[in-house]
Design a binder for this molecule. Structure first.
Ligand SMILES: Nc1ncnc2c1ncn2[C@@H]1O[C@H](COP(=O)(O)OP(=O)(O)O)[C@@H](O)[C@H]1O
Ligand SMILES: [Mg+2]
Length: 253
C-alpha cells in the first residue's frame, strides 16, 4: 500500500533582502512518521517550516499539506488547514500571567465553541499525555525547563492536530528531560497516529524518534530517505553529521 503523503514540497525557493536562502527545496513527509529536518545553523530549516505554516508566503515553488495546495487557499480554507497544524516553537513560550491549564486551554477557547467544563476535561487529558496533570494550577514561573516544554507540547496538541511541527523543541534541555520529551513525541505518533515534522540537532533524539531524514545544505535537499539510509549515506555532510555516533563508540572501547 502506498504511504499517504502529509507534506509535499516542490522546488521551494526563498530569498530575504535579495539574499537566496532556499534555492530549490523538494521533499515529502508521510503520515504517521517523524520526519527530521537537519542541516547546519542558518541553512533555512525554520524558513521551510514558516512557509509551510503560512507565516511566509510561497512566491516560488509548490507545497501541499494534508492534500491541499497551500499556494492556492482561500482565507477560510487557510484558517481551517492551520487549525490542523500544531506548532511547538523553540522557546515554546507560555503566557506567564496564566496558569498552565489556562495556557493549554487557550487554543480551544479561541477556536472552538466548547463549554468550559469540557475544555477543562480536554486540558486535563492533554496534560496527562505529557505527564503534567499535577501542574494544571501552577504558573509557568514555577516549572522547570523540561516541564515548560511539556506544557508547551500539551498546548500544541490540544486541538488534536494531525500534523505537529516542532522547531528545536529540545534546545537547552538536559539529557534526561530531552529523552522524556522524545518519548512523548514517539507516543504522540504511535498512540495518536500524529505525523511529526521535527527540526533538531540532537543526534541522540534523532536516533530515538526519526523515521525519515531530510538534510538541507546550501539551500537544497542534499539527502532524503529513511533513518537507516541516512546512517549509511555516502553524502559527506550527512556522513559527517552521524559520525559523532561512531566516535562516541570508539571512546568506549
Ligand atoms: N524574516 C527574515 N528576514 C531576513 N532574513 C531571514 C528571515 N528569516 C530567515 N532569514 C535568514 O535566512 C537564513 C536561514 O534562517 P533559518 O531558516 O532561521 O535557519 P535555521 O533554522 O536553519 O537555523 C538566515 O540567514 C536568516 O538570517
Ligand atoms: Mg531555526
Amino acid at each position: 500500500m502506498e504511504r499517504e503523503k502529509v507534506i509535499e514540497v516542490k522546488n521551494l525557493m526563498a530569498s530575504f533582502d535579495g539574499l537566496r536562502v532556499l534555492t530549490d527545496v523538494s521533499f515529502t513527509a508521510y503520515q504517521g512518521e517523524v520526519t527530521v529536518i537537519l542541516g547546519s545553523s542558518g541553512c533555512g530549516k525554520s524558513t521551510v517550516l514558516k512557509h509551510l505554516l503560512g507565516l511566509y508566503p510561497i512566491n516560488m515553488g509548490y507545497a501541499q499539506v494534508l492534500g491541499q495546495d497551500i499556494t492556492a487557499l482561500t482565507e477560510k480554507e487557510q484558517k481551517e488547514l492551520y487549525l490542523k497544524m500544531g506548532v511547538f516553537y523553540q522557546n515554546g513560550a507560555l503566557l506567564n500571567s496564566m496558569t498552565v491549564g489556562e495556557n493549554v486551554a487557550l487554543p480551544l477557547k479561541q477556536h472552538s465553541l466548547l463549554p468550559d467544563t469540557l475544555i477543562t476535561e480536554i486540558v486535563y487529558m492533554k496534560l496527562g499525555l505529557v505527564n503534567m496533570q499535577d501542574a494544571f494550577h501552577m504558573y509557568p514561573s514555577q516549572l522547570s525547563g523540561g516541564m515548560l516544554k511539556r506544557a508547551a507540547l500539551a498546548r500544541a496538541i490540544v486541538m488534536d492536530p494531525p500534523i505537529l511541527f516542532c522547531d528545536e523543541p529540545g534546545a537547552g534541555l538536559d539529557p534526561i528531560s530531552l529523552q522524556s520529551l522524545d518519548e512523548l513525541i514517539v507516543n504522540l505518533k504511535e498512540q495518536l497516529g500524529m505525523s511529526v515534522i521535527l527540526v533538531t540537532h540532537e543526534v541522540s533524539s534523532i536516533m530515538r524518534v526519526a523515521n525519515r531524514i531530510v538534510y538541507l545544505e546550501q539551500g537544497r535537499v542534499a539527502f532524503e530517505g529513511s533513518l537507516k539510509q541516512a546512517l549509511s549515506s555516502e553524502i559527506s555532510s550527512v556522513k559527517q553529521f552521524f559520525s559523532v555516533l561512531y566516535e562516541g563508540d570508539d571512546l568506549r572501547k
